[in-house]
Design a protein around this ligand. Sequence first.
Ligand code: G3P
Ligand code: MG
Length: 246
Amino acid sequence: MLLWPWPDVIAHRCGGALAPENTLAGLAIAARLGCTAVEFDVMLSQDGVPVLIHDETLDRCAISSGRVAGIGAERLMATDVGVRFHPAFAGETIPSLAAALRRCRQLGLAANLEIKPTAGFEVETGRVVGRLLGSLGSDERPALLLSSFSDRALEAAALETAELPRGWLAGALDADALNTALRLGCASLNLALDGLGAAHVAAARAAGLRVLVYTVNSLSDARRLIGWGVSGVFTDRPDLLLDAIH
Ligand code: G3P
Ligand code: MG
Protein backbone atom coordinates (compact mmCIF):
# COMPACT_ATOMS: atom_id res chain seq x y z
CA MET A 1 0.00 0.00 0.00
CA LEU A 2 1.24 3.47 -0.88
CA LEU A 3 1.62 5.62 2.21
CA TRP A 4 0.21 9.15 2.39
CA PRO A 5 3.34 11.26 1.92
CA TRP A 6 2.20 14.39 3.82
CA PRO A 7 2.93 16.80 0.96
CA ASP A 8 2.96 20.50 1.86
CA VAL A 9 0.86 21.58 -1.16
CA ILE A 10 -2.43 19.82 -1.96
CA ALA A 11 -4.51 20.97 -4.93
CA HIS A 12 -8.03 21.70 -3.65
CA ARG A 13 -10.92 19.99 -5.49
CA CYS A 14 -8.42 18.39 -7.93
CA GLY A 15 -6.90 21.25 -9.91
CA GLY A 16 -7.74 24.19 -7.70
CA ALA A 17 -8.89 27.32 -9.52
CA LEU A 18 -7.26 26.22 -12.76
CA ALA A 19 -9.82 23.66 -13.90
CA PRO A 20 -13.44 22.75 -13.24
CA GLU A 21 -13.59 21.42 -9.69
CA ASN A 22 -13.65 17.70 -8.92
CA THR A 23 -12.88 16.58 -12.48
CA LEU A 24 -10.35 14.40 -14.26
CA ALA A 25 -9.26 17.53 -16.16
CA GLY A 26 -8.36 19.02 -12.78
CA LEU A 27 -6.24 15.98 -11.95
CA ALA A 28 -4.39 16.30 -15.25
CA ILE A 29 -3.67 19.98 -14.64
CA ALA A 30 -2.53 19.35 -11.09
CA ALA A 31 -0.08 16.73 -12.32
CA ARG A 32 1.21 18.95 -15.12
CA LEU A 33 1.86 21.72 -12.62
CA GLY A 34 3.99 19.37 -10.58
CA CYS A 35 1.53 18.73 -7.73
CA THR A 36 2.05 15.49 -5.88
CA ALA A 37 -1.33 15.49 -4.10
CA VAL A 38 -4.92 16.55 -4.62
CA GLU A 39 -8.07 16.76 -2.53
CA PHE A 40 -11.56 15.97 -3.83
CA ASP A 41 -15.11 15.58 -2.50
CA VAL A 42 -17.11 12.36 -2.74
CA MET A 43 -20.88 11.86 -2.51
CA LEU A 44 -23.24 9.02 -3.39
CA SER A 45 -25.52 9.00 -6.41
CA GLN A 46 -29.13 7.89 -5.99
CA ASP A 47 -28.08 4.32 -6.79
CA GLY A 48 -25.22 4.35 -4.32
CA VAL A 49 -22.22 5.00 -6.57
CA PRO A 50 -19.56 7.34 -5.14
CA VAL A 51 -18.86 10.26 -7.48
CA LEU A 52 -16.80 13.44 -7.24
CA ILE A 53 -18.90 16.49 -6.41
CA HIS A 54 -18.91 19.14 -3.71
CA ASP A 55 -22.48 20.43 -3.55
CA GLU A 56 -25.64 18.48 -2.81
CA THR A 57 -27.13 19.93 -6.01
CA LEU A 58 -25.82 20.25 -9.56
CA ASP A 59 -26.82 23.89 -9.87
CA ARG A 60 -23.51 25.70 -9.24
CA CYS A 61 -21.20 23.63 -11.46
CA ALA A 62 -23.48 22.16 -14.14
CA ILE A 63 -25.86 23.66 -16.64
CA SER A 64 -28.59 21.38 -15.38
CA SER A 65 -30.06 21.22 -11.89
CA GLY A 66 -31.22 18.63 -9.39
CA ARG A 67 -30.16 16.92 -6.20
CA VAL A 68 -27.18 14.55 -6.51
CA ALA A 69 -28.87 12.07 -4.17
CA GLY A 70 -31.87 11.99 -6.49
CA ILE A 71 -29.97 11.24 -9.71
CA GLY A 72 -28.52 7.91 -10.85
CA ALA A 73 -24.82 7.46 -11.47
CA GLU A 74 -25.16 7.01 -15.21
CA ARG A 75 -26.82 10.41 -15.58
CA LEU A 76 -24.43 12.10 -13.18
CA MET A 77 -21.44 10.75 -15.06
CA ALA A 78 -22.89 12.20 -18.27
CA THR A 79 -23.44 15.62 -16.68
CA ASP A 80 -21.23 18.41 -18.04
CA VAL A 81 -19.45 20.24 -15.24
CA GLY A 82 -16.83 21.81 -17.48
CA VAL A 83 -18.50 24.34 -19.73
CA ARG A 84 -19.79 26.48 -16.89
CA PHE A 85 -16.20 26.89 -15.68
CA HIS A 86 -14.97 27.70 -19.18
CA PRO A 87 -16.12 26.64 -22.67
CA ALA A 88 -12.66 25.12 -23.21
CA PHE A 89 -13.69 22.41 -20.73
CA ALA A 90 -17.00 21.56 -22.43
CA GLY A 91 -17.69 17.85 -22.23
CA GLU A 92 -15.90 17.37 -18.91
CA THR A 93 -18.25 15.28 -16.80
CA ILE A 94 -18.60 14.19 -13.19
CA PRO A 95 -16.17 11.30 -12.60
CA SER A 96 -16.83 8.23 -10.52
CA LEU A 97 -14.60 7.81 -7.49
CA ALA A 98 -13.16 4.64 -9.03
CA ALA A 99 -12.16 6.51 -12.21
CA ALA A 100 -10.62 9.36 -10.23
CA LEU A 101 -8.58 6.98 -8.08
CA ARG A 102 -7.31 5.13 -11.14
CA ARG A 103 -6.31 8.43 -12.76
CA CYS A 104 -4.53 9.62 -9.62
CA ARG A 105 -2.58 6.39 -9.55
CA GLN A 106 -1.66 6.76 -13.24
CA LEU A 107 -0.57 10.36 -12.70
CA GLY A 108 1.35 9.66 -9.51
CA LEU A 109 -0.93 11.86 -7.40
CA ALA A 110 -1.70 11.11 -3.76
CA ALA A 111 -5.39 11.70 -3.00
CA ASN A 112 -7.11 13.19 0.03
CA LEU A 113 -10.58 11.72 -0.35
CA GLU A 114 -13.05 13.95 1.48
CA ILE A 115 -16.24 12.01 2.21
CA LYS A 116 -19.00 14.57 1.70
CA PRO A 117 -22.26 12.77 2.47
CA THR A 118 -25.68 14.12 1.66
CA ALA A 119 -27.55 14.77 4.91
CA GLY A 120 -28.98 11.49 6.17
CA PHE A 121 -26.54 9.29 4.22
CA GLU A 122 -23.48 9.71 6.41
CA VAL A 123 -22.95 6.09 7.45
CA GLU A 124 -23.89 4.67 4.08
CA THR A 125 -21.51 7.00 2.23
CA GLY A 126 -18.61 6.15 4.54
CA ARG A 127 -19.32 2.45 4.26
CA VAL A 128 -19.63 2.43 0.46
CA VAL A 129 -16.45 4.47 0.03
CA GLY A 130 -14.57 2.23 2.46
CA ARG A 131 -15.76 -0.93 0.72
CA LEU A 132 -14.84 0.41 -2.70
CA LEU A 133 -11.34 1.20 -1.49
CA GLY A 134 -11.05 -2.26 0.00
CA SER A 135 -12.07 -3.85 -3.31
CA LEU A 136 -9.41 -2.10 -5.40
CA GLY A 137 -6.13 -3.74 -6.19
CA SER A 138 -3.01 -2.10 -4.85
CA ASP A 139 -2.14 -0.98 -8.39
CA GLU A 140 -5.56 0.70 -8.77
CA ARG A 141 -5.41 3.09 -5.87
CA PRO A 142 -3.12 5.97 -5.01
CA ALA A 143 -1.73 6.93 -1.63
CA LEU A 144 -4.80 8.01 0.34
CA LEU A 145 -5.85 10.20 3.22
CA LEU A 146 -9.54 9.94 4.18
CA SER A 147 -11.28 12.95 5.68
CA SER A 148 -14.74 14.25 6.47
CA PHE A 149 -16.72 16.84 8.40
CA SER A 150 -18.97 13.90 9.35
CA ASP A 151 -17.73 11.76 12.22
CA ARG A 152 -20.29 9.08 11.36
CA ALA A 153 -19.07 8.89 7.76
CA LEU A 154 -15.41 8.76 8.74
CA GLU A 155 -16.09 6.13 11.38
CA ALA A 156 -18.02 3.96 8.91
CA ALA A 157 -15.21 4.22 6.36
CA ALA A 158 -12.63 3.38 9.01
CA LEU A 159 -14.49 0.17 9.87
CA GLU A 160 -13.87 -0.95 6.27
CA THR A 161 -10.33 0.39 5.82
CA ALA A 162 -8.78 0.80 9.24
CA GLU A 163 -5.29 0.95 7.78
CA LEU A 164 -5.81 4.24 5.94
CA PRO A 165 -4.83 7.48 7.66
CA ARG A 166 -7.71 9.81 8.52
CA GLY A 167 -8.10 13.57 8.91
CA TRP A 168 -10.86 15.22 10.91
CA LEU A 169 -12.23 18.32 9.17
CA ALA A 170 -13.26 21.15 11.44
CA GLY A 171 -13.93 24.83 10.94
CA ALA A 172 -11.83 25.75 13.95
CA LEU A 173 -9.73 24.13 16.65
CA ASP A 174 -11.63 23.74 19.91
CA ALA A 175 -11.86 20.99 22.52
CA ASP A 176 -14.61 19.30 20.57
CA ALA A 177 -12.56 19.15 17.34
CA LEU A 178 -9.52 17.86 19.19
CA ASN A 179 -11.50 15.19 21.04
CA THR A 180 -13.28 14.02 17.89
CA ALA A 181 -10.00 13.74 15.97
CA LEU A 182 -8.49 11.67 18.76
CA ARG A 183 -11.60 9.52 19.20
CA LEU A 184 -11.59 8.70 15.49
CA GLY A 185 -7.89 7.82 15.56
CA CYS A 186 -7.07 10.57 13.10
CA ALA A 187 -3.56 11.43 12.02
CA SER A 188 -4.46 15.02 11.22
CA LEU A 189 -6.81 17.87 11.96
CA ASN A 190 -7.80 19.64 8.76
CA LEU A 191 -8.70 23.17 9.79
CA ALA A 192 -10.02 26.33 8.17
CA LEU A 193 -7.60 29.20 7.63
CA ASP A 194 -9.92 31.84 9.09
CA GLY A 195 -9.21 32.41 12.76
CA LEU A 196 -6.35 29.92 12.93
CA GLY A 197 -3.39 30.95 15.09
CA ALA A 198 0.02 29.55 15.99
CA ALA A 199 -1.32 28.45 19.39
CA HIS A 200 -3.98 26.28 17.73
CA VAL A 201 -1.37 24.54 15.63
CA ALA A 202 0.83 24.02 18.69
CA ALA A 203 -2.11 22.55 20.65
CA ALA A 204 -2.95 20.09 17.90
CA ARG A 205 0.66 19.04 17.53
CA ALA A 206 1.02 18.62 21.28
CA ALA A 207 -1.90 16.18 21.07
CA GLY A 208 0.01 14.19 18.46
CA LEU A 209 -1.93 15.43 15.44
CA ARG A 210 -0.67 16.93 12.24
CA VAL A 211 -2.45 20.05 10.94
CA LEU A 212 -3.58 20.66 7.37
CA VAL A 213 -5.24 23.98 6.47
CA TYR A 214 -7.87 24.94 3.88
CA THR A 215 -8.08 26.98 1.70
CA VAL A 216 -4.77 28.80 1.39
CA ASN A 217 -4.36 30.84 -1.77
CA SER A 218 -1.53 33.25 -0.95
CA LEU A 219 2.15 32.53 -0.61
CA SER A 220 2.48 34.68 2.51
CA ASP A 221 -0.27 32.72 4.29
CA ALA A 222 1.28 29.42 3.24
CA ARG A 223 4.73 30.44 4.46
CA ARG A 224 3.35 31.64 7.81
CA LEU A 225 1.44 28.40 8.35
CA ILE A 226 4.37 26.17 7.47
CA GLY A 227 6.45 28.24 9.88
CA TRP A 228 3.92 27.44 12.61
CA GLY A 229 4.36 23.73 12.00
CA VAL A 230 1.44 23.07 9.66
CA SER A 231 2.10 19.95 7.58
CA GLY A 232 0.30 21.03 4.43
CA VAL A 233 -2.17 23.41 2.84
CA PHE A 234 -5.10 22.89 0.48
CA THR A 235 -4.92 25.48 -2.26
CA ASP A 236 -6.81 26.67 -5.31
CA ARG A 237 -3.55 28.16 -6.57
CA PRO A 238 -0.96 25.39 -6.65
CA ASP A 239 0.71 27.35 -9.43
CA LEU A 240 1.55 30.11 -6.91
CA LEU A 241 2.58 27.88 -4.04
CA LEU A 242 4.48 24.98 -5.57
CA ASP A 243 8.25 25.42 -5.38
CA ALA A 244 7.89 28.83 -3.72
CA ILE A 245 7.32 27.47 -0.21
CA HIS A 246 10.05 24.85 -0.32
O1 G3P B 1 -10.77 19.19 2.67
C1 G3P B 1 -10.52 20.55 2.71
C2 G3P B 1 -11.65 21.35 2.11
O2 G3P B 1 -11.97 20.81 0.86
C3 G3P B 1 -12.87 21.40 2.97
O3 G3P B 1 -13.81 22.30 2.50
O4 G3P B 1 -15.95 22.83 1.42
O5 G3P B 1 -13.88 22.86 0.08
O6 G3P B 1 -14.85 20.71 0.85
P1 G3P B 1 -14.65 22.16 1.14
MG1 MG C 1 -13.34 19.33 0.10
